[in-house]
Design a protein around this ligand. Structure first.
Ligand SMILES: [Zn+2]
Length: 115
């Protein structure tokens, strides 16, 4: 389960921010996770509940997952469309020649702390 590896990376990055800014405790971490990544949000949440307990600054910290829809850009006609709803084909010209505009994200969007 590579979610755990990803989460360890997240705790390391959050840890750096915490140290640099002299923060005692993190309230919530918001992740952007694209639909076409192979990351399973449920596994992230499960892993988080275990991992966050290992660090004082993350104990009880909520993990919020922001799913980013997979959007393609048609190379034939320039239409942007949801890959999911259209099974990867352009709804206008039926081309499957497209590139991914969004949906491949795995990033820390926000680290929330109590003021
Ligand atoms: Zn098209």
């Amino acid at each position: 389960m590579h979610e755990l590896t990803l989460l360890i990376g997240v705790t390391q990055q959050v840890g750096e921010v915490v140290r640099e800014n002299d923060i005692d405790h993190v309230e919530a971490v918001v992740l952007e996770v694209g639909e076409v990544t192979t990351v399973v949000p449920e596994f992230l949440l499960d892993g988080w509940s275990v991992l966050s307990d290992e660090y004082d600054f993350l104990r009880g910290t909520e993990l919020i997952i922001d799913r980013i829809p997979a959007i393609g850009h048609c190379n034939e006609c320039g239409t942007e469309f949801a890959l999911d709803e259209n099974e990867g084909r352009c709804p206008i010209c039926d081309s499957s020649d497209r590139y991914l505009v969004s949906g491949n994200e795995f990033i820390i969007k926000e680290i929330r702390i109590l003021e």
